[in-house]
Design a binder for this molecule. Structure first.
Ligand code: F6P
Length: 549
């Protein structure tokens, strides 16, 4: 029996409903309900979600809730929170919610409460980050640390890099942060050129401690430090590690006393709440890091308890399913009108696409509907002068999230009003568009008429509108609000995974490329002409061999 959700009655009803709604314009929905904003917005955990500018009605929401019920969303949510091994292909729980469980109630994995070990690592992070910040942790030559270099990739890079950038206003004034992820020597090389070895601390972050890029970067950084300071003993004062793999860390040459532990039930892209957040704690202080955790915890409690119709991640997840599965919109844009969130779209790309980019259900059946959105985005105001043309007049349906801070981190006269007016103008224009008649009037008023108006100008100046947006608004990007926003998207992804019946916590899709790379490495090093793999791969490899110096 095929138990794909797409074969359910709830899915079929939504399909018919979408066909009816496809021709309805957002203008009409607003015209029909003068209180649409009041009816389709909800506030929780310091975040206002206005989802009124979406192509949906209250009937849509009722039908989407039926789909969530069909998918057993409430049951899967319970399983997530109680530490069941819902990442079944790796036989692991997905307990990032425990890392930020500030109410500290017991959460068990295999019968053991994980909270005491989480709290012990948090205490160790506090002690270490305090000592770096107050200057009592000294480098090998006795100087306080000034530069923090995180070496990691994927989840061991994107989360901490995004958060430290977002919370730059909270940084310790003596400290500078750097993130090395790419294995291209340019990345590490450019950063090393800026560093003083006597005042630099390297944080090697890798859940597995087997990731090729991270280990190579860490090895080169270690050698650079030893060359600069002339003594291998310097490593102990300039290198710490964050990992689940103690043996690999010590084999690499970092003392286990300088290691911060986390656990296999923390997925890489869900790990910034764990010791992987150490660079965050060092840069903004442990109190602020704990505020980040508190914001996420508040969202978790909201997700766990709020009714579906007032539940931010449930609403956002269901709206995401609506566009992806029923409108077949292939992508989703995230557009922060908050420059501090410049790296948020890049961070979300891993969270969303590594979690939801799956082609089979939990049971291993091929899906017959698209799964993950292709997530993309950039700070809104810059985007307006780059890719918004496509949003306004292109041919794709691109649902977008606008993230808007009422206050900026830096209160420069006139700036924030410019940000806010642009953000509101864009969601309005995307929704309303500009009809043929309105465009004609606008051209007339500029003195354009006749043939020029009708054939040369008019078609190019009409805006279809009807582009859907969510607006997420908050007072100011504090550590707590940032924690809430990140957890909101994590739980939104979880809701979508449940609706589509897929496991969002594994990532087997990244393995094949890694395996092939390991077979090509020896071929690159060998002197002979290569004739393996296919003619293109061999041809390119031999071309490299011919032309590299
Ligand atoms: O290759 C993808 C991935 O496995 C991510 O899921 C993970 O965040 C990243 O690599 C880094 O892995 P690690 O922390 O083990 O170095």
């Amino acid at each position: 029996m095929n138990n794909l959700i797409s074969h359910s009655a709830a899915w079929a009803t939504l399909k018919t409903h979408q066909q009816n709604l496809a021709q309805v314009h957002l203008r009409d929905l607003f015209a029909a309900d003068s209180q649409r904003f009041e009816h389709f917005s909800v506030e929780a955990c310091g975040v206002l979600l206005d989802y009124s500018k979406n192509r949906l009605t209250s009937e849509t929401l009722t039908l989407l809730k039926q789909l969530a019920t069909q998918a057993q969303l409430a049951d899967w949510r319970n399983r997530l929170f109680q530490g069941d091994k819902i990442n079944h292909t790796e036989q692991r729980a997905a307990l990032h919610i425990a890392l930020r469980n500030r109410s500290n109630h017991p959460i068990k994995v295999d019968g053991f409460d994980v909270m005491p070990e989480i709290n012990a690592v948090l205490a160790k992070m506090r002690q270490f980050s305090d000592s770096v910040r107050d200057g009592t942790w000294r480098g090998y030559t006795g100087k306080p640390i000034e530069s923090i270099v995180n070496i990691g990739i994927g989840g061991s890079d994107l989360g901490p890099a995004m958060v430290t950038k977002a919370l730059k206003a909270y940084h310790h004034t003596r400290l500078r942060d750097y993130f090395v992820s790419n294995v291209d020597g340019t990345h590490l090389g450019e950063i090393l050129a800026e560093l003083d070895p006597e005042t630099t601390l390297f944080i090697v972050a890798s859940k597995t401690f087997t990731t090729q890029e991270t280990l190579l970067n860490a090895k080169s950084a270690r050698q650079w430090l030893i060359n600069q300071l002339g003594d291998e003993k310097a490593v102990a004062k300039h290198f710490v590690a964050i990992s689940t793999a103690t043996q690999e860390v010590t084999e690499f040459g970092i003392d286990s006393a300088n290691m911060f532990e986390f656990w296999d039930w923390v997925g890489g892209r869900y790990s910034l709440w764990s010791a992987i957040g150490l660079p965050i704690a060092v840069m903004i202080g442990m109190d602020n890091f704990e505020a980040l955790l508190a914001g996420a915890h508040e969202l978790d409690k909201h997700f766990e308890t709020a009714p579906f119709e007032q539940n931010l991640p449930v609403l956002m997840g269901l709206i995401g399913v609506w566009y992806s599965s029923f409108f077949r919109a292939p992508s989703h844009a995230v557009l922060p009108y908050d420059y501090a969130l410049a790296l948020f779209p890049a961070y979300l790309q891993q969270l969303v696409m590594e979690s939801l980019g799956k082609h089979v259900t939990r049971e291993g059946n091929s899906v017959d509907y698209p799964t993950s959105d292709i997530l993309w985005g950039a700070p809104g105001n810059n985007g307006q002068h780059a890719f918004y043309q496509l949003l306004h007049q292109g041919t794709h349906l691109v649902p977008a999230d606008f993230l808007i801070a009422i206050e900026s981190q830096y209160d420069l006269p006139g700036h924030q009003d410019a940000v806010l007016s642009n953000a509101l103008a864009q969601t309005y224009a995307l929704m309303m568009g500009r009809t043929t008649e309105e465009t004609k009037q606008a051209l007339f008023s500029k003195g354009i008429s006749g043939d020029e108006l009708l054939t040369q100008q008019l078609p190019h100046r009409v805006f279809e509108g009807n582009q859907p947006t969510n607006t997420l608004m908050y007072q100011k990007l504090t550590p707590k609000i940032l924690g809430t926003l990140i957890a909101l998207y994590e739980q939104k992804v979880f809701v979508q995974s449940v609706c589509w019946g897929i496991n969002p916590f594994d990532q087997w899709g990244v393995e094949l490329g890694k395996q092939v790379a390991s077979t090509l490495l020896p071929a690159l090093k060998a002197d002979n002409v290569y004739d393996g793999h296919d003619s293109s791969t061999a041809g390119l490899l031999n071309y490299i061999k011919t032309y590299r110096s």
